[in-house]
Design a protein around this ligand. Structure first.
Ligand code: 5BU
Length: 476
């Protein structure tokens, strides 16, 4: 056994000894029964152990360049502070309470925009609290690309973090911890199996090992979290991560006439949406600098920017349109719509010109006499699935491809009216999810024309989430 292995084995044995890792019959906060209980907060009472863990975490981070350390409050504060003192690394403190939109800072400490922050967490389950910390740090101008955790419970958090562009470095996975305890004679084979079966059966999101199994069950309606692992497009992963953490599948379509109205609406409904859809060519004024103002709001409230540009031209023109012009779409948008009337070549051309933009193909329109017939829609959806790294999915009114890695965006959603007298056909969120196969609903006038856009956004968010939740299959 190498020195390295011995050190790690001792560490896990000591965690077991102080009952930071306990086995038995536990009832979790959710009411669920668990055969083990993990509480690394106890470690602060054992300086020797705290020190060894900090040493190990530091070794794990040796190849990562960073300016600051930040522990996810509260459990990981001791570890981040320990590393900061032992290795003379500056630390930042993230406040736990939500900002009440005053001047109260969420991040304490001295830093400059663009500084790199390494995040430290004790245990990783769903990854949601880590993501909340990452989001706050990023909103404050810091760059977050890596996270250190002591124990990864292997319940899918790694994939959730991937969707947040954050690489995970774990000291132990729960499998490694259980194997080591078993080899040291500290747990029985049966106990090890119980724990591992429990974590496998209680995935928060699917992990990579489940990918093939999930693909083999195409008719299952998977959760946003589960689909993060299946999607190859990085913007899709981000969108799914936001949907899961904000419990919102609502995309507000901000078809207002002026830039001021757009910015106001974005700030108002921002906390309740996963993306803001724009048509910036209808605004009274817009430059790429205004795109950056939108970007700041998107970062502040954690939503993506979806420019509904509906490209549809030959490759050379597409390239000029996406990169040039007065709008500078590729400088600020996260994803865009494109018609595929020009064939797969248009997808390739757009991707070549703007490789970081997610593409959503218009497979079917919501108007009553649309020309997107069955053949066209099927062909468009085929192109979508042929380019999984580049294409996020389709705009459509009916799901025809059961590929959980491909997202369906459904406009034409309104709770109050059936049409607009100009061809638009409306359905409710419930019909969009239950009958049309939507993954994300797009609501325009239902929100920005409402007396209170904020109240309307909350209503559509709640209806959308309820409708989506009712269509979920439980991951076996
Ligand atoms: P509404 O106000 O909720 O009707 O706005 C719907 C938005 O979705 C609007 O910006 C349209 O341009 C967009 N849309 C649509 O309604 N139907 C389609 O088939 C496509 C886009 Br593609």
């Amino acid at each position: 056994m190498s020195i390295q292995t011995t050190k790690r084995a001792k560490l896990i044995a000591r965690l077991h000894e102080i009952k930071a890792l306990e086995f038995g019959d536990f009832t979790l906060k959710s009411g669920m029964k668990s055969p083990f209980y993990l509480d690394l907060r106890k470690v602060v009472s054992y300086p020797d152990l705290l020190k060894s863990i900090c040493e190990e975490l530091y070794e794990l981070s040796e190849d990562i360049a960073y300016d600051h350390l930040c522990g996810v409050p509260y459990a990981a504060l001791g570890f981040a502070a320990g590393m900061a003192v032992m290795y003379e690394k500056p630390m930042l403190l993230k406040r736990k309470e939500r900002k009440s939109y005053g001047t109260k800072k969420m991040i304490e400490g001295v830093y400059a925009p663009g500084d790199i922050c390494l995040v430290v967490e004790d245990t990783l389950t769903s990854g949601m609290s880590l993501i909340e910390t990452n989001t706050q740090l990023r909103k404050s101008g810091l760059v977050v690309e890596h996270a250190l955790v002591i124990i990864d419970r292997e319940q899918g958090g790694r994939e959730v973090l991937e969707g947040d562009d954050c690489s995970l470095h774990a000291l132990f996975t729960i499998t490694e911890a259980m194997d080591s305890l078993f080899q040291q004679g500290l747990v029985t084979a049966e106990m090890r199996e119980d724990v591992l079966n429990f974590v496998r059966a209680n995935k928060v999101v699917a992990n990579t090992a489940d990918t093939e199994a999930l693909k083999a069950k195409p008719n299952l309606r998977l959760s946003y979290g589960e689909r993060i692992a299946l999607c190859q497009n990085p913007v899709s992963k981000r969108l799914l991560r936001i949907a899961e953490s904000k419990q919102s599948n609502l995309i507000a379509s901000a078809d207002v006439a002026t830039l001021d109205e757009l910015l106001k609406l974005a700030d108002e409904v921002g906390p309740h949406i996963c993306a803001l859809k724009t048509h910036v060519d209808i605004l009274d004024r817009f430059t790429p600098a205004d795109g950056q103002r939108l970007r700041s709001l998107a970062d502040k409230h954690d939503f993506l920017l979806f420019e509904d540009r509906k490209f549809g031209d030959i490759g050379n023109t597409l390239r000029l349109q996406v990169r040039g012009g007065q709008l500078g779409i590729d400088k600020w948008a996260d994803f865009v719509t494109t018609h595929v009337v020009g064939g797969a070549a248009s997808v390739e051309a757009l991707n070549e010109a703007a490789p970081n933009l997610g593409l959503v193909l218009i497979a079917q329109m919501s108007t009553k006499d649309t020309l997107t017939d069955e053949n066209y829609t099927t062909a468009a959806m085929k192109i979508a699935t042929n380019y999984p790294k580049v294409v996020m999915g389709v705009v459509a009114q009916k799901r025809r491809l059961d590929d959980p890695a491909s997202l369906q965006f459904t406009p034409g959603v309104n709770l109050d009216v059936k049409g607009d007298g100009k061809g638009q056909v409306y359905n409710t969120p419930s019909i969009a999810f239950n009958e049309k196969g939507a993954d994300f609903i797009i609501v325009g006038r239902g929100i920005y024309k409402a007396d209170s856009p904020l109240a309307a956004a909350i209503k559509y968010k709640e209806e959308g989430w309820l409708a989506y939740s009712s269509t979920l299959s439980v991951l076996a």
